[in-house]
Design a protein around this ligand. Sequence first.
Ligand SMILES: [Zn+2]
Ligand SMILES: [Zn+2]
Length: 256
Amino acid sequence: MRVSLLASGSKGNSVYVETRETRLLVDAGLSARELTARLNHIGVEAESLDAILVSHEHQDHCRGLGPMARRYSLPVHLHDATRRELPRLGKIDRILPFDSGGCFQIRDVEVNAVPLTHDAAAPVGFTLKTPEGKIGIATDLGIATRLVSDSLRDCRVLVLETNHDEEMLRDGPYPWHLKQRIRSNHGHLSNNTAAALLQDLTWDGLEAVFLAHLSETNNTPELARAAIDTMLCGQNVCQPDVTVGRQAYVSDSFVS
Ligand SMILES: [Zn+2]
Ligand SMILES: [Zn+2]
């Protein structure tokens, strides 16, 4: 199994997941050229991908979706409501719609689309059950509902949003309405709310946690890591590797 954050942050997101039989992108929020280059950087040919999964229609998740799908003839799995919000996506040969809460199979990966609360048409996170263990991916969510935390249990690898530090957001330069949007139930998880969610998800099989979608204005990698490390230090269930996803370059991979 291999998991890498090709890019993470409010300017573009994409997660690469590889199992014995399957190679997936979750979101394609950089240009196709940049995604191709970042895949090459970790030794992966974009031609070898099996599919792209789409969490929601925001540009930081879909910027390179159409060009990637066309250039490499990739099937795209997304919600119908998400598709409708992407009128300029262009022609894609294989669009495979899923339902929120739905389940589907891509080779050796069982995908579950977990409904999230976020200001998009039908935002979802994903759990990927593979023969090598379960991966959970949840970014762009205002709150972690019971359904989200229940769905993300028993993961070997988690990709969780730590979008902002609550004080930096409060004291920062954003206009009031944008601050309100970010901290609303349909906004983004703070470092502290992500730590509380992670505390709920710790178990002795959790090996790696990626901190994702950090705001460049309202957070720092050090603050995000500190919030998570403080929580992890206070429990003795597991000590996963913690990696902070970056906007400008590919994160270290989890490989097993
Ligand atoms: Zn986003
Ligand atoms: Zn979003």
